[in-house]
Design a protein around this ligand. Structure first.
Ligand SMILES: CC(C)(COP(=O)(O)OP(=O)(O)OC[C@H]1O[C@@H](n2cnc3c(N)ncnc32)[C@H](O)[C@@H]1OP(=O)(O)O)[C@@H](O)C(=O)NCCC(=O)NCCS
Length: 207
């Protein structure tokens, strides 16, 4: 049985499991969490690679601290972490697509970075006569989730996803998308239990 508080304003989520002494909270990640997130994100990439040999080589910087810090600066990206007994036990990475967040939510530096980046991209695409997208994409995207093996199957994954969905809802985003490897049957079961339905099926042939 779970009890706890959800404060949407400061985006702190705290829950304590009544049946075990584990103290667990879900919160927005900060720069000090980057090293732990980098480790978990590298674990996720390596795990996915073990399931899909055709995935390609991991770059040496994949899941590196510097890369995570850069991603944290992105105006469309939010990392949430599960703190379990004082340590980072899991994380989720979310991206908001097609919706510009304001300086009040992002802080001035991240907001300005987004503005410069999207303006620069538009000018670049115009000058290079790059093709324009046929469809305007918008929605929430869950681009990664990983819970340390010792903390699995005790609801941490669910709490991370619920916090991510809360974050999307706060921005009037009506859908959350993600990709999961077909071979990752545990994750497919996890997502289906959370109400996610298959939308497309990627296919591959060894040639
Ligand atoms: C997928 C993952 C995030 C789930 O985290 P979690 O904290 O264990 O999830 P929860 O405890 O909230 O949910 C557990 C439920 O998910 C499903 N599930 C999770 N692992 C499962 C497994 N190995 N086999 C079958 N079902 C599983 C079950 O429905 C389970 O409920 P149950 O324990 O009552 O049977 C975690 O297993 C993980 O980090 N896996 C490796 C990385 C990964 O695959 N990420 C997803 C990429 S799309």
């Amino acid at each position: 049985m779970l009890f706890g508080t959800v404060n949407r304003q400061d985006r702190q989520y705290s829950l304590m499991n009544r049946s075990e002494p584990t103290l667990r909270s879900i919160r927005v990640a900060n720069e000090e969490d980057a090293a732990a997130i980098a480790e978990l994100s590298r674990n996720l990439l390596e795990f996915e690679k073990s399931l899909n040999g055709g995935m390609g080589q991991l770059n040496p910087w994949a899941g590196g601290v510097e890369e995570i810090l850069k991603q944290m600066m992105r105006p469309d990206t939010l990392f949430l972490v599960a703190v379990i007994n004082g340590e980072i036990g899991g994380y989720i990475k979310t991206i908001i697509v097609g919706h510009q967040l304001g300086p009040a939510e992002l802080g001035f530096a991240r907001w300005l970075l987004g503005l410069v980046e999207s303006g620069g991209r538009r000018i670049f695409n115009f000058l290079l006569r790059r093709p324009r997208p046929s469809v305007v994409l918008s929605g929430g995207y869950i681009s990664g989730i990983f819970v340390r093996a010792e903390h699995r199957r005790s609801n941490t994954g669910h709490l991370l996803v619920e916090a991510a969905e809360d974050w999307f809802r706060q921005h009037d985003i009506a859908t959350a998308d993600l990709h999961v490897l077909f071979a990752n049957s545990a994750a497919r079961e996890f997502w289906e239990e959370l109400g996610y339905e298959p939308v497309s099926l990627g296919m591959q042939k060894k040639i």
